[in-house]
Design a protein around this ligand. Sequence first.
Ligand SMILES: [Zn+2]
Length: 613
Amino acid sequence: MIHEVVSTSTFRKWFGTIELDNGLVLYTTGSIASWLFEGDKVEIRIKEKPKDVFGKKTLFFDDYDLYKIYGNAKIKVWDAFHKEFELPRLSFGREVYRYKILAREAIYEKDFESIAELEQYHYASQKSRVALWQCEECGTLVESNIKPKCDCGGEVHIVEIKGSTPASRFIVFELKDRQPYEPEVIAYVRVDPPVPLMHRKINGEIRKNIREQVFPREWFENIFSPEEEMKSLFKELRSENSLKIARHKLWERASKVAMKRCNSAASRIARVVVHPDYRADGIGITAVKTAVEWIAKRRVPEMRMKKHLIEVIAQMARFNPFFEKAGFFYVWDTASGKPVLYRPLTEMAEEMIRKFLETDEIAKEHGGKLCISRYGNVEKLKKLRFSGVSKVFGTVLDLDKVAGEVRFVLESFGVKQRVVERYVFRDVSFEVKPGEIIAVVGASGVGKTTLLRLIMGTEKPSEGMVEVEADKIVAIIPAEIEPEISDKSLIEQVYEVCGNIYVAVEILNKCGISDAVLYRARFNELSTGQRERFKLALCLAQKPSLMLIDEFAAHLDDVTAMRVARKISELARNAGITLIAVTHRKEVIKALSPDRTFYVGYGGVLTGDQSFP
Ligand SMILES: [Zn+2]
């Protein structure tokens, strides 16, 4: 059945109605109802009988499906987009369980409350208030990050996520089968129309309306721009209302008109926020990919013209590659110097982007890639050779320091003073090649740490020769050798050592400190595991030729340990760092994918290149 929309009403983002020309009233969300206008053609599939509400035949949320007819296309409007998927939790390199996530357009009031809570992590400051709330009873407006209470005792509702517009639509990622201590919503993505105007900065010069030079003009001709509408509307409203009321009505009315006009072949991902506890699991990329699907299928937000492109303007894309991993290409910088990325949704758009990247003088150089490694290469290790090395440890048993009664027992066994000597290494010879990655394994107390000390030179061999020639050697041997730590923020400390802010962020990310809140933190605010990762970052910041790590990833959970091991191994390999890491964890060895594994024990070092059993 094809019908026409007669009218719509909205109450906040989470409730709206659509009235059709046959008198039917449909319950939906405010964010969907606000995009439908009088005269829009729709097709309805009724699933349940209409109920009588105030004398109107009404279909509740679950009672119908709705499609919008636009040209020859039929775009699904309702029920709201949703999709279930699973992500693996790994342990010892194996999947221990999968957790379920339900991605769906934000439809409930509690979804918007969750968005406000997550938004705090985005702003990374306790001072910013991210949402506006209103008391139902007395009308008081309150800015807050979590649901506030009103002094009058009235019920408070969320009115607005600050920074969003009436045109914004949200998709939330809900954790299914969650534990009581886990959050319900772990990520959200906000989708807006593209920015109204975009100029490009190129060698200090501004090129206006750059998009129209690359894409068809009509793709960006009618973009949500309430500011434009406001100019003409203000005169009209002011003639009928007081200044205060005119201003109040202005934004609302202008937004409505702007939404009616808005019709673009592009959409913009305006926010991607992931709960900090879940950032490690690749939810950011999954969230973006799901939002891409939502935009393409449902033509979000307007539900009009076919979508060819998704736009992203985000400074953080310089530091974090997850947009690129989700298929976005870097194209240019805006007039204010922010990078712009596009995700083509059609072959036509992809062709246009490719042509631009191939022909534009500046784009030719970056080739559509923004987040590239800037770490560079280190001075390679010159020599690391053990020749006939033996190491004897002597322990002196001295009864002078033993308490009287204990001494009596020991003396009864004939123990007076004795020197116990044992070989830690006996005639060990090996050579490490520059750039090799070596995992060192063995039971505790068999000499793994001694091996590192011999390389560092803090321990001398009893016999034989240890030759090490390297430009820069760094090591972490807990409680013995550790990088110097100050009370400055983490990012400042890493930046001071490596001298390049992009490299500093890259190193922190590789070490699993990929959260802007953590960048600003100080060492004493970190957990044990975070401290360990930060020490690794400080080592890498020194661009070492040789890096020695004792008990690598000892304080990290399985998933984090593997991720950090994989990333550091990858960085070391690309940069030419020789890495020797002591670990007892199988999954860490696997993630390091070492060139060789050294087995230490019973006086020897087995240095074959056989893989770990
Ligand atoms: Zn109140």
